[in-house]
Design a protein around this ligand. Structure first.
Ligand SMILES: CC(C)(COP(=O)(O)OP(=O)(O)OC[C@H]1O[C@@H](n2cnc3c(N)ncnc32)[C@H](O)[C@@H]1OP(=O)(O)O)[C@@H](O)C(=O)NCCC(=O)NCCS
Length: 85
């Protein structure tokens, strides 16, 4: 899991990867929860990410955590996801 803050320190871009043989056990979900809690604690206003359109697992999780999801205007195969904290 990575959360990389921007220069203004009010938003951060995230990335989460779970090892293939550990997928589907709830780890991705827990990492998302930890990341959101950490972002709130750090006083971030939002968490953002870029997710491949075909990445149903991550997009479903984003929906469940209340992220806004939009197609990247520059690349239709990518979704811009954003959670206001
Ligand atoms: C996307 C990724 C991080 C998901 O991680 P994971 O550990 O396999 O996912 P989980 O097991 O936590 O969640 C899978 C499912 O359980 C659900 N779930 C897990 N824990 C839950 C809980 N406590 N409460 C409710 N739902 C839960 C999730 O919503 C999801 O539902 P579904 O697949 O049945 O629709 C993982 O597939 C991955 O590493 N992919 C490659 C890297 C990548 O694409 N990263 C995203 C770009 S940042």
């Amino acid at each position: 899991m990575r959360l990389h803050n921007n220069a203004a320190n009010d938003s951060a871009e995230y990335a989460i990867v779970v090892r293939s043989d550990y997928k589907g056990r709830g780890l991705g979900w827990q990492l998302m929860q930890m990341m959101i809690a950490y972002g709130r604690k750090r006083g971030l206003r939002s968490i953002e990410g870029k997710v491949l359109h075909e990445n149903k697992a991550m997009l479903d999780m984003c929906r469940q955590f209340g992220f806004e999801i939009a197609i990247d205007p520059k690349n239709a195969s990518i979704c811009d996801v954003r959670l206001a904290l």
